[in-house]
Design a protein. Structure first.
Lengths: 161, 343
């Protein structure tokens, strides 16, 4: 793979399939080791990435697959959650790209498709949860495509026995 | 229905399939059974006899019932086919205005499980013809004997009439048995071999232990029936799962969040549009909707996960997949959490 930017024509954006389990597990483990996203391996099951429907929530895991090799290059989850005011808010979660494809624009293609989907679901807005001590550079990148920081989320983890 | 009767020690498998009732109109007591085949155990059981005694055939004039050939009543998983006709009588009637020669009103009812109700039209036609041909002039003697049996004092003359009637009744029972057996084993001739209803009926017969293997062989043409299974060449390879457009692959209970996760696959090879997925819970006899989702597009072979909350103290749920346009139920599945937990 060259260092060139990957074009939209080079990849297929599709829904997660159970056959993507191992590839997505690998990406999520890397993400966990780097940013401590709270990923627990035992809770990521083969079916976890399938399209999910539950009251007040829709979820899809999108996969970016290289057309030439079929390799999973990037993944991301999008959710539409109904808030207390009856509005659907879209979320992009666990957005991650295989090491060798970082910086080649795959994530952006995936995110563009995700926002289109969330809009089609009737979401009022799209939010991205980022690490508080995350890279300032990332905030600038997202800022260029219209994402601005609006809330700070505080979290307290419960101690487990 | 025959399972409601006491099972005789030796019986043929067809006895399980059809129950034949021959009844008459008694001017003093109303609708009375004359003979029930295969057994008469429940002759006096009011609940059992309710669909027979109140069958709509009784309330139609002969002209009306003739025009309709026969009248059907569906009740608790069975279809009751009724046919009415008049026969000769020389019996002294017990109501003023009726003469000895006033004809007897005879009703024949055949009950079949709904799964094989398509055989009913032909079976009742053959049975009625048989009874009319052979017993039209004798049925009043059976009626006479049945009435006399209730007499407290039976003179030798009365006893002779009873015996005579019972002998005819025995012949009638044998005729019905023979006709029914012949019908199921020799006379099924159906030109519509591709009918889904016929296929279902055959499946039911096979399920009840009736040998239908002849229709699955190349020599079926020489057999008693011209019915064939849809694709005899695929014997043993037919996968009924493949025929269902949607299949439930797995149901999980997520104890932590008190949720139920249902994994469903679009089993067809084409994209399905406009699908409604609904989960209801059952409490006593009432259903309450707890989740409804519209799936705009469901891709071929795609697996979707539906997660429903588990309502405290509710163990029974029903999962539906419905076509948004036609409102047709494409899948319905009852889910019992107790069964899942005990697996």
């Amino acid at each position: 793979m060259s260092d060139d930017i990957i074009k939209e024509d080079d990849i297929i954006i599709r829904n997660y399939r159970t056959s993507d389990y191992q590839a997505t597990l690998k990406i999520l483990k890397e993400l966990q080791s780097k940013f401590n996203i709270g990923f627990v391996e035992s809770k990521w099951r083969e079916t976890s990435g399938l399209r999910q429907f539950k009251p007040n929530l829709k979820r899809i895991t999108l996969i970016a697959e290289l057309k030439s090799t079929g390799q999973v290059a990037s993944m991301g989850m999008l959710e539409a959650v109904k808030n207390n005011l009856g509005q659907y808010i879209g979320y992009l979660n666990n957005w991650a790209t295989e090491k060798e494809f970082i910086g080649k624009g795959v994530g952006k293609i995936l995110a563009d498709r995700a926002t289109q989907i969330l809009k089609s679901w009737g979401c009022e807005a799209v939010r991205i949860n980022m690490a508080y001590r995350g890279d300032k550079k990332l905030i600038d990148i997202f800022g260029k495509v219209g994402f601005i920081p609006i809330i700070t989320v505080l979290e307290k983890k419960f101690e487990t026995d | 229905m025959a399972e409601l009767f006491d099972s005789p020690s030796e019986k043929n498998p067809f006895e399980e399939l059809a129950v034949v009732y021959v009844l008459y109109f008694d001017e003093a007591q109303g609708h009375m059974p004359l003979l029930i085949y295969p057994v008469e155990t429940y002759k006096n059981d009011k609940a059992f006899m309710r669909p027979i005694k109140y069958h709509p055939i009784w309330f139609l004039s002969l002209n009306e019932s003739d025009a309709l050939d026969h009248i059907d009543l569906e009740f608790k998983g069975y279809t009751f086919f009724g046919k009415k006709f008049l026969t000769k009588s020389n019996r002294e009637k017990r109501r003023s205005g009726l003469k000895e020669e006033t004809p007897e009103t005879i009703v024949i009812v055949v009950s079949l499980p709904n799964k094989i109700e398509l055989f009913g039209d032909e079976l009742i036609r053959i049975l009625t013809q048989e009874v009319k041909d052979k017993y039209e002039d004798k049925l009043f003697e059976i009626i006479d004997s049945e009435i006399l049996k209730e007499e407290v004092i039976k003179s030798p003359k009365i006893q002779k009439r009873i015996d005579n009637g019972q002998a005819i009744k025995k012949q009638l029972r044998n005729s019905i048995e023979k006709t029914t057996n012949t019908f199921f084993s020799d006379v099924i001739r159906n030109s519509d071999a591709t009918s889904i209803r016929m296929q279902k009926a055959i499946a039911y017969l096979a399920f009840r232990g009736i040998d239908v293997s002849h229709i699955n062989t190349k020599e079926y043409k020489g057999s008693f029936s011209n019915i064939q299974l849809f694709d005899p060449n695929k014997q043993g390879e037919v996968n009924f799962i493949d025929k269902k457009p949607f299949i439930i692959l797995k149901i999980n209970i997520i104890e932590d969040s008190q949720e139920m996760e249902i994994l469903v696959q679009n089993n067809s090879l084409h994209e399905v549009k406009g699908i409604i997925v609904k989960i209801n819970h059952l409490k006593e006899y009432f259903e309450k909707e707890i989740m409804i989702e519209t799936i705009d597009k469901w891709f071929p072979q795609e697996e979707l996960v539906f997660i429903s909350p588990i309502i405290p103290h509710i163990d029974e749920y029903i999962f539906f997949i419905i076509d948004e346009v036609s409102n047709e139920k494409l899948l319905s599945k009852r889910i019992d959490l107790n069964l899942l937990k005990n697996k």
